[in-house]
Design a protein around this ligand. Structure first.
Ligand code: NDP
Ligand code: PYC
Length: 337
């Protein structure tokens, strides 16, 4: 059994922020990075919580990430806001572009935020939730590195390419899902390796194209898509919509750009926002209420909504704090010197 360490949310955030600052990122980046990994950890998304501090700091030290990058906003079309992250991390770029995305969606019914040239390491649900907090529905897509074989193939082409969606609900948490189009996130395989555990069958093949449950062999081979050809096609869509459409790298190009450094993937992200009030006018309230009937029909038969586990964790960790493996705590502390 791995020893664990429990920290209050404040203690964990202070630790993360101090570790980020050792890499030379600006205060603005350190704040945005800390908020992102703390959101992940507080919701017990262990693959995208405090564990990501290590990869972010390494990515800066490898000389790939621009630690002082200042995001630059442009508006090439009435419904489009672009943020050039200038090879910095994505959370500050998202934070910078969000207000204009919301304004444009409310003005026109739908709008897109394209983030370019960003190093992306995070879960997408904090972003779609931030959009939904303004009463908007949101969809976010981003590629990563070419670790995932297309259905029927054996070599990495796609990234783990998450898709996240949020639907605002009156007076409560939004409806949110956020998943990799691979059978599991790469971070899950990395956590299994750190914990000395085998991965489930169906997640990956080894370098010879054979099924494997060994995380190290899986990382040297290729990951598999979820749902076979369906996940494969969705993954291709993510590549296209958050790559060529917005003038940014595919997962294959991002991996080549990395040159074996092992940094976070560098590419773009597409976030779409939809305003029910613009689609429906005065009827918006009635139609949004019908969505509640749908959710009732799901939970009414004992099924759960996606993100319900996360939201329960969010409420619990405010009181109980966050618990992480001691080796992870020690690795983060070691960054402080
Ligand atoms: P999971 O398979 O753990 O979860 C996917 C979604 O399904 C979540 O919304 C989850 O909600 C929900 N869910 C899980 N079990 C059930 C159930 N029984 N009934 C209903 N809903 C359920 O996620 P992944 O491993 O695919 O991805 C994890 C994270 O990794 C994501 O946040 C993603 O954004 C991130 N990621 C980021 C990448 C990047 O490039 N930046 C690349 C790949 C992944 P809940 O959380 O409540 O369990
Ligand atoms: O877990 O697959 C992943 C991932 C890739 C980039 C950030 N997270």
């Amino acid at each position: 059994m791995t020893e664990t360490v429990t920290l209050s949310l404040d203690e964990a955030a202070n630790l993360a922020r101090a570790a980020f600052l050792t890499s030379g990122v600006t205060d603005a980046h350190a704040d945005a990075l800390t908020a992102t990994v703390m959101a992940g950890q507080a919701d017990e998304c262990h693959s995208h919580g405090l564990y990501r501090v290590l990869g972010c700091v390494r990515s800066v030290k490898e000389g790939k990430v621009n630690p002082v990058a200042e995001p630059v906003v442009t508006e090439p079309a009435p419904a489009i806001v672009k943020v050039d992250a200038n090879y910095g991390f994505s959370p500050l770029a998202f934070r910078t572009g969000l207000p204009r995305l919301v304004e444009k969606a409310k003005a026109q019914g739908l709008a897109a935020l394209a983030i370019n040239r960003c190093f992306h390491f995070s879960a997408l649900w904090p972003e779609v939730e931030a959009v939904a907090a303004h009463g908007l529905a949101a969809l976010a897509l981003t590629p990563s590195h070419a670790w995932v074989a297309p259905a029927g193939g054996t070599k990495g082409v796609f990234g783990t390419n998450p898709i996240a969606f949020a639907w605002p609900r009156p007076g409560g948490f939004p409806f949110v899902f956020d998943f990799a189009t691979s059978a599991a996130a790469r971070g899950e395989i990395e956590l299994h390796r750190r914990a000395g555990k085998q991965i489930p069958e169906g997640w990956a093949i080894d370098a010879d194209g054979q099924p494997t449950t060994d995380p190290t062999a899986a990382m040297a081979g290729a990951m598999l898509t979820f749902g076979g050809h369906k996940g494969s096609a969705l993954s291709a869509m993510v590549e296209l919509m958050a790559g060529p459409l917005i003038g940014d790298m595919t997962s294959m190009e991002s991996m080549a750009f990395d040159e074996g450094a092992g940094a976070a993937p560098c590419h773009g992200e597409l976030i779409l926002a939809f305003d029910p009030e613009r689609f429906l006018g005065a009827d918006a309230v009635n139609h949004v209420a019908r969505a509640e009937t749908l959710f009732d029909a799901i939970v009414g038969q004992g099924a759960r909504l996606p993100s319900q586990r996360r939201f329960a964790a969010r409420q619990r960790t405010v009181i109980d704090g966050v618990t992480i493996p001691k080796p992870l705590y020690d690795d983060i502390k070691a960054l402080l010197g």
